[in-house]
Design a binder for this molecule. Structure first.
Ligand code: NAD
Length: 267
C-alpha cells in the first residue's frame, strides 16, 4: 500500500523552520521511505541538509537543491535539473508557505503582496513548470498544502495568508479539471493547527512570545483536544500522491482534528 517505487517527487520547503518536524520535512522523509526518488528544495540549505541526513540514516536518498519557489527562473532551472538527473517527474508537493499577521488596516501592501507570492503564486509557478512534463508523461500528481485558515477564522488576524490559502484550494480545483483527461491529478491537504517548529514563530508574532500559552490555546481549539503534527500532514500528502488515490482529483483532505466540523463548545 502507498508505495512510490519508480516515482520521482519534488517537495518544496523540505527543511524546517527549527528543530523538530515541519510538514515538508516529514513529507520528504516519508516519500523517500515509500520508495520515491525525492528532490527536495528549500531556500535554507542548512535546513535541507538536516532532512537529507535523516533520510540517508534511514538508508534512503534525498537530492537537495536551492530554489526560491517565488522565482520562475529558479523553478525552471529546478525542473530542468530534475529531468536531467532522474528523467521524469511524477509528484510535486507544494509545501512552502508562511503567515504574517494583520487585517486590511494593519497590513501594509508590500506584506500583502509577499504573502500572496509565497502562499499562492509559488504554486502557480511550480505548476506552470511541471504540468507540461506530467501531461506529456500522461501521469502525475500535485499536492498543495493549504490551511484551514483558508476555510475559517482560526483565532488570529492573518488576512493575506487566509485569502491566499483559500485561493490555493480553488486554483487546485480548476486546474484539476483542466488536466483531468491528461492523467494529472491535483488535490490539497488542508492542515489544521499542527504542532510544528513554527508554533514558536507564531507565539512571537501572535501571542507576545508566550509559547506555552500559544500551545495551550491551540490545543484547546481542537475537538480532539490537541494539535496534530507534521506526520499527519505527510501521511495525507502521501495518500493523495499515491496510485491508491488514482480516482481522486480536485478535492481537499482536511487534517484538523475536527476543527472545521465544529461550531464551538456549548457555553
Ligand atoms: N504548522 C502548522 O500549524 C500549519 C498549519 C496549516 C498549514 N501549514 C502549512 O504547512 C506548510 C509548511 O509548514 P511547515 O510547518 O513545514 O513550515 P516551516 O516554516 O517549518 O518549513 C518551511 C520550509 O520552507 C522553506 N522556505 C521558505 N520560503 C521558501 C521559498 N520561497 N522557497 C523555497 N523554500 C522556502 C523554509 O526555509 C523552511 O525550511 C506551509 O504551507 C504552511 O502554511 C502549517
Amino acid at each position: 500500500m502507498l508505495r512510490l517505487d519508480g516515482k520521482v517527487a519534488i517537495v518544496t520547503g523540505c527543511g524546517s523552520f527549527g528543530d523538530g518536524w515541519g510538514n515538508g520535512k516529514a513529507t520528504a522523509v516519508l516519500l523517500a521511505r515509500q520508495g520515491a526518488t525525492v528532490y527536495g528544495v528549500d531556500v535554507n540549505m542548512d535546513a535541507a541538509a538536516i532532512t537529507r541526513t535523516i533520510v540517508e540514516a534511514e538508508g534512503n536518498s534525498l537530492h537537495v537543491g536551492a530554489c526560491d519557489v517565488t522565482d520562475a527562473t529558479q523553478i525552471g532551472a529546478l525542473v530542468s535539473d530534475c529531468l536531467m538527473r532522474f528523467g521524469r517527474l511524477d509528484i510535486l508537493i507544494n509545501n512552502v508557505g508562511r503567515s504574517e499577521p494583520g487585517d486590511p488596516e494593519t497590513m501594509d501592501e508590500a506584506t500583502w503582496r509577499k504573502q500572496l507570492d509565497i502562499n499562492l503564486t509559488s504554486a502557480f509557478l511550480t505548476s506552470k513548470a511541471t504540468l507540461p512534463v506530467m501531461a506529456q508523461q500522461g501521469t502525475g500528481a500535485i499536492v498543495n498544502i493549504s490551511s484551514i485558515a483558508g476555510m475559517r477564522w482560526v483565532g488570529k488576524d492573518q488576512i493575506a495568508y487566509a485569502a491566499a490559502k483559500a485561493g490555493l484550494v480553488q486554483f487546485t480545483k480548476v486546474t484539476a479539471v483542466s488536466y483531468a483527461a491528461r492523467g494529472v491529478r491535483l488535490n490539497c491537504v488542508v492542515p489544521g493547527l499542527m504542532m510544528t517548529p513554527i508554533v514558536q514563530r507564531l507565539a512571537d508574532k501572535y501571542n507576545a512570545g508566550d509559547y506555552e500559552g500559544m500551545v495551550a490555546k491551540r490545543n484547546a481549539q481542537v475537538p480532539m483536544g490537541r494539535m496534530g503534527d507534521a506526520w499527519d500532514v505527510a501521511h495525507a500528502a502521501l495518500f493523495l500522491a499515491s496510485d491508491e488515490a488514482r480516482y481522486i482529483t480536485g478535492t481537499e483532505l482536511v487534517v484538523d482534528g475536527g476543527i472545521t466540523a465544529f461550531t464551538g463548545w456549548p457555553g
